[in-house]
Design a protein around this ligand. Sequence first.
Ligand SMILES: C[S@@+](CC[C@H](N)C(=O)[O-])C[C@H]1O[C@@H](n2cnc3c(N)ncnc32)[C@H](O)[C@@H]1O
Length: 281
Amino acid sequence: MTDVDDLTDDIFDKIRAYIYDRAKISLGDNKRELVRARFGKVIRQRSMSGFHEYFNWMVKDDTGEAFREVMNAISTNLTSFFRENQHFQFLASTVIPYVAKNPGSRVGGKIRLRGWSAGCSTGEEVYSMCMTICENVPHLDAWDIRLLATDIDTEVVAHGQRGLYLKDRLQDVPTATIKRFFDPAKDNKGKPAFQVRSEVREMVAFRHLNLFSKWPFKHKFDFIFCRNVMIYFDRPTQESLVGNYYNVLNNGGYLFIGHSESLNGIKHSFDYSQPTIYLKH
Ligand SMILES: C[S@@+](CC[C@H](N)C(=O)[O-])C[C@H]1O[C@@H](n2cnc3c(N)ncnc32)[C@H](O)[C@@H]1O
C-alpha cells in the first residue's frame, strides 16, 4: 500500500537538495504538492510504501536509474512549435544571412551552421529551427547544418528523436509547412498524428545532457536557444550557465532566452541585441 502522505518536511527538503545538487533546479516551498503528485505516481508504479522507502532507494542507487527517474518526474516540459516566433524570424532575418556572409563559416567548401536547443523538451523548438532554416536557406546543398537538442529528461529526448506529434500539437504550424516537413502518421493508440520527415530529423542530434555536467562539444555554435529553462535556476546558477554559453558560441553568435526571462542583474559579456536576444562579439 502506498502512502504519499508521508512526505515530511525532512524528506521534502532532502528531495529538493538532491535535485538542486545535481540539476540546479530550485524547488520553492510552494512545490510540495507538485513533488507529492509527480513522485506519488512513480512510487505507486514501483509499488513502494511511500516517500521514505522511495527516498532511501533513491539516495543509495548508484546506477543512474534513480537520477533519471527523479529528473523525468520533476521536469516541466511545456513547449510548442514556433513558440515565441520572433526568435525564429530573427534566425531567418539575421543569423542565417550573417553566417552565409561570414568567411569564418566556410569550412571544407560548405557554409557551416551549428545550433543548440538547450533544454529542448520534446523537440518542437529544434524542429522549428530546422523548418526555419530549410525555408530560408536558398541552396541547402551548399550548407553543412547540424543542430543539437539536449535535455535532462530522457523521455522527452526519446520523444524528440522520434519526431511524432499528435495533430493538435501542430495547430500553430501553417498547413503548407506541415505538408512540406511532416508525414501523416498515427500514435501508438491510433490517434491521428504527424511525424517530422526523416530528412529533417537527420539534421538534429538529440542527446541526454544535464546542463551542469561536462559539455562534450568539439565545435562552437552559431546560436543557442535556452528558453524557459533558466527560470528554474537561481541567479548564481544562471550567471555561470550564461558564461558557459558565451564560451561555446562563435564570435557573432547569438543566445536566445525565453520571453519571460532576462539577463538583468547577471554579470555577462554579451551585447544586448533585442529583448531576450544577446550577441557575442
Ligand atoms: C519548459 S521546457 C522548455 C522547452 C523549450 N526550450 C521551449 O522553450 O519551448 C524546460 C526544459 O528544460 C529541461 N531542463 C531543466 N533543467 C535542466 C538541466 N539541468 N539540464 C538540462 N535540461 C534541463 C527540462 O527537462 C525541460 O524539458
